[in-house]
Structure formats: structure tokens, C-alpha cells
Design a protein around this ligand. Structure first.
Ligand code: GLU
Ligand code: MG
Length: 464
């Protein structure tokens, strides 16, 4: 299946495209929905949109909603270029709980009648098409960790609930109960949108939560995640709060991961990573191990995309001050049900979890690069070696070297250098998006490096 086929399928999975759109329009009217938000993402994975009254949805499907890419981060266009058109995927939409007359539609960008090469969603769709040619569907589930905060009159950031103040809040029942009204509202909204939430909890930081929902093909999951971030931040805003996906908002609290749970399925939906006869005893097929080997081979470059902010690297450390270890990876290694590895094979097997990913990435780009790396491992029948089963945080440099395990990049700057040096990134992103991503992110590093922080003043001002 080619990318164009995939997009044609989205535009109209039925034989009669016009009928399909009119069915959706009728459905929107019957639900009292007045507006369609035609949304696509910038390089950060943020929703950007125009809104059309629902009767104009057919025009949008025909490419009426035009955008000047030059105005956005990572939509590589000159200001003089013809606009890009956001073509909504009418097979799915989500109704915003904060604005129940508004349906949000994910879109793929088009340029001069074809898919825009640098569109994040298009990049994932074409990587998925390459996998489909080999007979694979890439399935993805992302664990969403985030903080829900508010600002005090002094400008300090504190948990939305004053009562969320336990010293060890991880999995704490009281912490969850004291925020339950808000979390219940969130989970209900997720389920109304068809997310099939199966678990949620209070995480390791005060004001930090995780909501887990069913996996799906990677495009669907990336659409959901993009919408989830918009929906949650709007809900928190309505409550006078701030929901943040910043990877590490507080020095002494754990960061927010966005762990990516990955597997390949065949055309019948059979999970090709699951097996009862894993010689390593972890319930993962040879195909799964080859996928792991491919991802590990490209781990430093992958970090630039799955952990794409300067702040991300403050999460990818061994310890926080108030709760011991971070549970975030620092080495490019894999293991069984062991959270100290970058790649974990959870208890039941049948999937691989990337723990380096945070909650602030562009999920389309993250999924595309991860899939391409995994497919390379499969193509080469690569072997990831033995799984690491012990606490990796405690391994000495000598032991790591003996196992051929490297540190993950310690900064965005280092990760971007790895991204730049890895030819796979160019292949996956295409020349324009590759250059645009690097330029955008290097500018972020430069701005950060030019900033003198309070920590430096406190440490050095009168030190010498
Ligand atoms: N919050 C941790 C992280 O930053 C992960 C905790 C967990 O495994 O749930 O990745
Ligand atoms: Mg968690």
C-alpha cells in the first residue's frame, strides 16, 4: 500500500467519497456539533488549526483550509511559497469536552495536490506504508504522564489540589482520591472519545498522574495523543490550572515519561511480537528482538526525537532527590520487566516499551523513527544480545563496557549531533523536515546555552 493509497483511504474509505463526508456532516449535526477544527501538528507535535462550520467540512476534505507554513515551527516553507492544505481525516474526530459544539479532526498536510513531504503525520503514514509492504502494522500504546498544577498568588507552581502534599505520593490512594473529581472528568472525556482507558494512578510527583488507554495503529495513537494534550490542557485551564507535559518541571520530583509500547501485527491483526517459545523466556518473538536491536542501533539519534527538549535530559538521569531512582533510562540497553533499561519487555511479553520517550515529543515523528529503526533491525536479522535483568543504574562503567552498552546522550545538543550523524533520520524525515528539525532544535539549544540560570548564580557568584 502506498502513502497515497493510505491517504485516499482516509479521505474516503467508502466507494463514494462525497457520501462518506455527508454522512459525517449529518452525524455532526445530529450530535449538535457546529464546528469542525481542522488540525495538524507543527514540529513540536502541537495542534494548529482552522475551524470550519460543519457544512464546510466537505470543502476542507477537498483542501480548502490553507496555511502559510513559514509561520510555524518546523513546517519548512518560504513565506512566498504556495500554502499547505490540511486535509482532515474524516474517519475519526473527537468532541472537545470544554467546547462540546466543536469536533477536532486530525489532518495530513498537502502541497500542490500531494502529501507535503515534511508533514509529521505524512512522515508516519509513509513509514507505516513501508511496514505494510512487508506485511506489518505498527501498533503503539503511549503511557501519558503529566502534572496538573496551579499558580499561587506569589507565582509559585503547586499541585492543583492543596491536599496533594504527601512526601511519597507514588501510587498513593489518598493522593488520587484527593484529585479524583478532576481525574474522573478527564478519564470520562477520554472514554467518550473512544480511548478505552484501562488504568490510571497517582505518579511519583505531587500533582503527577498517568492515564493509560488502549493501543492502536501508530497513526491512531499519535492522533489521540495530540488531541489528548489539547484536551487536557484545556480542561485544566477551565479549572484554573495548568496541565503540563514538560518532561521535568521540578528539580526534586520525578519527570513525566511518555513510554511507547510497540509491537507489529500481521494483516489479520495477530501480534507478531508475542510467542510462547521465547528462548530467553520473556515472551517476545525473534522478530521482536530484531526490532529491539534496530532501535538500540539508532538509540542516540532516536533520543533527539523522543526526548526533544533541553529539559528532557534533566529527566533522563539516575536519581531525583525525594524519591530515590527516577525510573528513567540513562543507557542504550534492553531487558526484561526491568524499568532501568531504555527498552523494557513488560511481564506478559508481546511488546517492547521505550522508556526514553517523554510526554513532550511529536508522536508522529517519534513513532516514525522508532518504526524505521525497528524495521532495519528486522531486515538485517539483527541480534540485541542478552537481556539485562539487574538494576542497570548500579552497573559500573567497566561492566557496561564489557556488555557494549553506551550512555544515552546527556543533552539535547548531544542527541542532535547523533541525529545529524545518523543517515536513517534523513531517510525517514526527508531532506526538508530533517534540516528544519535540526535548525529549530539547535536554535533551542543555543537559546538555552546563552541563558544564565539561578542555579549558576547561587553556585558561582561568591564561590571564588
Ligand atoms: N516517571 C517515570 C519516567 O519519567 C516513569 C515511571 C513509571 O515507570 O511509571 O519515565
Ligand atoms: Mg508511570
Amino acid at each position: 500500500m502506498t502513502t497515497t493509497d493510505l491517504i485516499d483511504n482516509e479521505r474516503a474509505s467508502a466507494a463514494d467519497p462525497a457520501k462518506q463526508v455527508s454522512t459525517v456532516v449529518a452525524e455532526l449535526h445530529s450530535r449538535g456539533i457546529r464546528y469542525a477544527m481542522v488540525s495538524f501538528v507543527d514540529a513540536h507535535g502541537k495542534s494548529k488549526s482552522k475551524v470550519v462550520p460543519v457544512d464546510h467540512l466537505p470543502d476542507a476534505v477537498g483542501g480548502s483550509e490553507l496555511f502559510t507554513g513559514a509561520a510555524l515551527d518546523g513546517v519548512p516553507q518560504e513565506v512566498s511559497d504556495e500554502e499547505v492544505a490540511a486535509v482532515p481525516d474524516i474517519s475519526r474526530y473527537f468532541v472537545l469536552p470544554t467546547r462540546p459544539d466543536m469536533a477536532w479532526f486530525p489532518s495530513t498536510l498537502h502541497y500542490k495536490g500531494s502529501v507535503f513531504e515534511a508533514c509529521s503525520r505524512g512522515i508516519l503514514q509513509r513509514t507505516m506504508a513501508a511496514a505494510a509492504e512487508l506485511g506489518y502494522t505498527f501498533n503503539l500504546g503511549v503511557e501519558t504522564e503529566f502534572f496538573v498544577l496551579r499558580r499561587t498568588s506569589d507565582g509559585d507552581l503547586v499541585p492543583l489540589s492543596d491536599a496533594d502534599d504527601l512526601a511519597k505520593p507514588c501510587y498513593d490512594s489518598r493522593g488520587l482520591l484527593r484529585n479524583f473529581d478532576f481525574i474522573d472528568e478527564l478519564v470520562s472525556a477520554m472514554n467518550d472519545a473512544g480511548f478505552e482507558v484501562y488504568s490510571f494512578d497517582h505518579e511519583d510527583g505531587n500533582g503527577q498522574f498517568e492515564t493509560d488507554f488502549g493501543y492502536a495503529d501508530a497513526v491512531t495513537t499519535a492522533d489521540r495523543l495530540t488531541y489528548f494534550r489539547l484536551m487536557l490542557t484545556e480542561m485544566a485551564h477551565q479549572h484554573g490550572g495548568i496541565a503540563t507535559f514538560m518532561p521535568k518541571p521540578f528539580d526534586h520530583q520525578t519527570g513525566s515519561g511518555g513510554h511507547m509500547n510497540m509491537s507489529l501485527a500481521d494483516a489479520d491483526g495477530k501480534n507478531l511480537f508475542a510467542t510462547d517459545s521465547d528462548r530467553r523466556g520473556l515472551g517476545l518473538s525473534e522478530l521482536g528482538y530484531q526490532f529491539i536491536a534496530g532501535v538500540l542501533r539508532h538509540a542516540p539519534a532516536i533520543c533527539a526525537v523522543v526526548a526533544p527538549t533541553v529539559n528532557s535530559y534533566k529527566r533522563l538521569i539516575r536519581r531525583t532527590n525525594n524519591s530515590g531512582f527516577t525510573w528513567a533510562p540513562i543507557f542504550g540497553c534492553y531487558g526484561g520487566n526491568n524499568r532501568t533499561n531504555m527498552l523494557r519487555i513488560p511481564l506478559a511479553g508481546g511488546r517492547v516499551e521505550c522508556r526514553a520517550a517523554d510526554s513532550a515529543n511529536n508522536p508522529y515523528l517519534a513513532a516514525a523513527l522508532m518504526l524505521a529503526a525497528g524495521l532495519e533491525g528486522i531486515r538485517d536479522a539483527a541480534d540485541p544480545g542478552a537481556p539485562n535483568m539487574e538494576n542497570m543504574y548500579l552497573l559500573s562503567e567497566e561492566e557496561l563496557a564489557a556488555r557494549g552498552i553506551s550512555h544515552l546522550p546527556v543533552s539535547l545538543e548531544a542527541a542532535l549531533d547523533a541525529f545529524d550523524a545518523d543517515p536513517l533520520t534523513l531517510e525517514v524525515f526527508g531532506a526538508d523536515m530533517h534540516a528544519s528539525f535540526l535548525e529549530l532544535k539547535r536554535a533551542e539549544v543555543d537559546a538555552y546555552n546563552a541563558h544564565v540560570s539561578q542555579w549558576e548564580i547561587d553556585r558561582y557568584l561568591e564561590f571564588f
